[in-house]
Design a protein around this ligand. Structure first.
Ligand SMILES: Nc1ncnc2c1ncn2[C@@H]1O[C@H](COP(=O)(O)OP(=O)(O)OP(=O)(O)O)[C@@H](O)[C@H]1O
Length: 256
C-alpha cells in the first residue's frame, strides 16, 4: 500500500469569495505505517481526510492509493468518524456486516468476517446488542470492526476518540495501538490531541493554521510496543513540546 498526496490545494467558494483551506500538501503513508496529522481547529484536517476518503475532491493536486487516483469512495479505504455513525436500528453484527453486503460478499464470507472482526475488537458477546446498549468506546470499536471487515488497504480515522472521556480515550488509544500491531493495517489519523498523535504514530505531520500547510514532518522515535508509561518519558514530552511550539507559532488567516 502506498498513499501519496501531491501538491494538493483545496478552497471553498464562500459569500466573501474563495476560502483557501489547504495549500501545497505533500504527504505519504506506506504499508503498515501509523501516521497522524495534527493541526489547529480549522486547519483543514477533516477536509483533507474527506478527500482521501473520496467524499470531496481537491481543487488541484493528486491523491493516489497504489498509483490509482482517488476519484470517489472505495473499499480500499475504510473510514472511522468522530461521531458514532452506527445504524441505531441494526444490531452490532448487522452494522459490521453492512459494508460487506453492499460489496456482494456471500453469506458465509460475511458471517466469518463479522465473527472474526468482532473478536478482534473484543465484542463477540455483544453481537446481538443494539448500539444504544453500548458505551461510547464500544461504539467506536464497532465502527472500527465495520471498517476493518472490508479489509481496506488503509484505515482513515477522523478524531475517532474526540468524543470520549479521558479514561475511555486512553483505553481506546492502547486498544488501537495493539490492534495496529496485530493486524499490520496502515492508518492515517487526524487529531488535535498532540499527546495522542505522539503516543500512536510513527510519523506526525504538523499543519499550520488555515490555510493548512505542512509545517513539519516528525518521525516519532519511540518503541512500537508502547503503553501509557511511555507518556512519562522525557523523549515523549520533548516530541509533545516540539509539536505544541509549532502549533503556537501560527495563526489562522482572516476569513475574508
Ligand atoms: N463545505 C464547505 N464549504 C465552505 N467551507 C468549508 C466547507 N468545509 C469546511 N470548510 C471550512 O474549511 C476550514 C477547515 O475545516 P475543517 O473541518 O477541515 O478543519 P479541521 O482542521 O478539521 O477543524 P476541527 O479540528 O475544528 O474539526 C474551516 O474554516 C471550515 O469552515
Amino acid at each position: 500500500m502506498h498513499l501519496e498526496i501531491t501538491d494538493l490545494y483545496k478552497s471553498f467558494p464562500t459569500q466573501q469569495g474563495s476560502l483557501s483551506v489547504l495549500e501545497a500538501i505533500n504527504l505519504h503513508v506506506e504499508t503498515g505505517e501509523f501516521v497522524c496529522v495534527v493541526g489547529a481547529s480549522g486547519s483543514g484536517k477533516s477536509t483533507l481526510l474527506r478527500m482521501v476518503a473520496g467524499l470531496d475532491l481537491p481543487t488541484t493536486g493528486l491523491i493516489t492509493v497504489d498509483d490509482k487516483t482517488v476519484v470517489g469512495p472505495g473499499p480500499d479505504r475504510g473510514m472511522v468518524f468522530q461521531r458514532y455513525t452506527l445504524y441505531p436500528w441494526m444490531t452490532v453484527a448487522k452494522n459490521v456486516e453492512f459494508g460487506l453486503k453492499l460489496q456482494g460478499f456471500s453469506q458465509k464470507e460475511r458471517r466469518d468476517r463479522v465473527a472474526y472482526y468482532l473478536d478482534v475488537v473484543g465484542l463477540t458477546a455483544f453481537a446481538k446488542a443494539l448500539p444504544r446498549e453500548l458505551s461510547g468506546g464500544m461504539k467506536q470499536r464497532v465502527a472500527i470492526a465495520r471498517a476493518l471487515a472490508c479489509q481496506p488497504k488503509i484505515l482513515l480515522m477522523d478524531e475517532p476518540f474526540g468524543a470520549l472521556d479521558v479514561q475511555t480515550k486512553e483505553t481506546m488509544q492502547q486498544f488501537l495501538l495493539n490492534l495496529w500491531r496485530q493486524t499490520g493495517t496502515s492508518i492515517l489519523m487526524i487529531t488535535h490531541d498532540v499527546g495522542e498523535a505522539v503516543f500512536l504514530s510513527q510519523r506526525v505531520y504538523v499543519l499550520t493554521a488555515r490555510p493548512g500547510m505542512v509545517q513539519r514532518e516528525i518521525a516519532v522515535d519511540l518503541p512500537s510496543e508502547r503503553t501509557y508509561l511511555v507518556k512519562r518519558e522525557s523523549k515523549f514530552q520533548q516530541y509533545q513540546d516540539e509539536i505544541m511550539d509549532l502549533l503556537r507559532t501560527t495563526e489562522a488567516a482572516p476569513l475574508a
